[in-house]
Ligand binder design. Structure first.
Ligand SMILES: Cc1cc2nc3c(=O)[nH]c(=O)nc-3n(C[C@H](O)[C@H](O)[C@H](O)COP(=O)(O)OP(=O)(O)OC[C@H]3O[C@@H](n4cnc5c(N)ncnc54)[C@H](O)[C@@H]3O)c2cc1C
Length: 443
């Protein structure tokens, strides 16, 4: 029986619970196994598949949705990690699916290579990141999964299948929420290493909205944060540069990110949660203290931030042209209903892509994300805001909270039926489904 043979690696069975980064999603799987390598993975998956069990693979647990939960067999493949092969000429690099992005970035850097774009933290695994459509910001740049040229995926029979660029199997596998099998490795198209000049600066929100097209056009990576109840945005621009490095010192990072942003921010948010009427005042204070800062560093160091305040998040992908109007409506809703949302809203952009159920499938995209401290209630507010996003044919980030299900999601994705065709072919027994997969992709 699976589990009995792998006691040494078993993280728990029938007793040990697992929970995600934010702490709101937890499960108690029948077996929770950290797999030692690909051979062992094949044995475990083959045996569990033949026994009709349901298998879920977990990455770093940084999804806010119940996407990595299991009440049956939960696999941790963090030992299947690291660069497997690299071709500096073409930039093609094969990596184990359990590789943490921070480690991937360091390994690529040693090879003189880099990922062209990344999200705002680097704690996720590459498999977890691509599976939910994780993205950074940049009008000309698609999400991380679009860098995948080839993927090796293990099916319920314990066999590995390789999917190449141009096939529907790869287009489905790139963003699949774990539903098609266990990703074993991915071959990424990387770029020569580069440095970024980052400027964080406060700007009038109305000006940001009016100039949004220009700002996203002129800057390789543009995003902004805005606190409800204020009209000041914190803009973040990041552009390639050949100027000498001017990294933030460790002390600056520690003081800025860890102590001020996270430590004091955490206390402030907890207090604000208790005294809800103080939220608008807190927001105004926060924006009053915003100032301009700059940094020039290796791209991956500029992309990644420390995030230690634990929160819940919902993020929707909207057609690019509807971004400013939708954001205005979200701010108006929050302000009119005195929503106790004490964290800023984040606005990013990306190019469209062709992964079958990517949030940015086939359209240039604006992402709008709302956050709530994990000690504060989020659901009624997220539901109300989701109502606005749905009016613009918004698509939810698969790893961030939303309240949608397969029936109403299908019409939003032009190639939904093709994805389901690949799913029927690769996982006809639904070995790789869990409650979340069944809810959002159907039985
Ligand atoms: C602080 C914070 C910041 C974030 N910033 C961003 C951001 O900037 N941009 C953005 O888009 N998202 C962001 N996210 C969301 C995050 O990137 C995604 O939720 C991502 O999926 C998490 O990766 P993970 O490794 O933790 O995977 P998990 O959350 O553990 O799993 C995610 C999915 O991947 C599947 N999976 C994992 N490994 C495998 C495998 N080997 N084979 C098949 N399926 C697998 C799981 O079953 C699950 O469906 C952020 C989240 C947090 C908590």
């Amino acid at each position: 029986m699976v589990g009995e043979n792998y006691d040494a690696r078993k993280l728990g069975s029938g007793g040990r619970s697992w929970s995600n980064w934010a702490g709101h999603q937890s499960c108690r799987p029948r077996d929770f196994i950290r797999v030692g390598g690909v051979g062992e993975l094949s044995e475990i998956v083959g045996e569990a598949g033949a026994a009709g069990r349901q298998i879920t693979t977990v990455g770093s647990g940084h999804s806010f949705t119940p996407t990595a939960l299991s009440d049956d067999l939960l696999l941790d493949i963090s030992h299947i990690a690291g660069v497997i092969s690299a071709d500096r000429e073409t930039g093609l690099v094969e990596v184990g699916a359990g590789t943490i992005l921070a480690d991937l970035n360091c390994e690529l850097d040693h090879l003189g290579l880099a990922m062209p774009n990344l999200g705002d933290i680097d704690r996720q695994t590459i498999a977890g990141a691509v599976s939910t459509g994780t993205h950074g910001t940049g009008r000309a740049l698609p999400n991380i999964s679009a860098q995948i040229e080839k993927a090796r995926v293990m099916g319920a029979d314990g066999e590995i299948r390789e999917f190449e660029s141009g096939s529907d199997e790869l287009l489905a596998t790139r963003v699949a929420i774990g539903s098609l099998g266990v990703l074993v490795s991915v071959t990424l198209r990387t770029v020569p290493a580069f440095n970024l000049h980052r400027i964080d600066a406060p700007m009038d929100l109305d000006e940001v909205m009016a100039e949004f097209d220009r700002l996203t056009e002129e800057n390789e990576h543009f995003e902004f944060f805005v606190f409800p109840y204020t009209r000041t945005a914190l803009t973040l621009t990041r552009n390639r540069t050949d100027k000498p490095l001017a990294p933030r010192s460790a002390a600056d990072r520690f003081l800025g990110d860890v102590v001020l942003e996270n430590g004091l921010g955490d206390i402030a948010l907890r207090l604000t949660g208790r005294f809800r009427s103080s939220i608008p005042k807190m927001a105004r204070y926060s924006t009053a203290f915003m100032s301009q800062s700059e940094q020039i560093d290796l791209s991956h160091r500029v992309f990644a931030n420390y995030r230690t305040i634990r929160f819940n998040e919902m993020e929707y992908a909207l057609p690019a042209e509807s971004g400013p109007e939708a954001l205005d409506r979200v701010l108006a809703l929050i302000e009119s209903e005195t929503f106790p949302l004490a964290m800023p809203i984040e606005c990013r952009v990306s190019a469209g892509d062709d992964a079958l159920i990517s949030q940015a499938h086939g359209r240039p995209t604006v992402y709008i994300a709302v956050h709530q401290h994990r000690s504060m209630e989020h659901e009624p507010y997220f539901r109300a805001i989701e109502g606005i996003f749905r009016e613009y044919d918004g698509r939810p980030h698969w790893g961030k909270l939303h309240y949608r299900s397969a029936k109403d999601l299908a019409p939003s994705f032009p190639r939904w039926a093709d994805f389901q065709g690949v799913r029927d072919k690769l996982d006809p027994q639904r070995t790789f489904s869990n409650a979340y997969v069944t809810k959002v992709l159907g039985a």
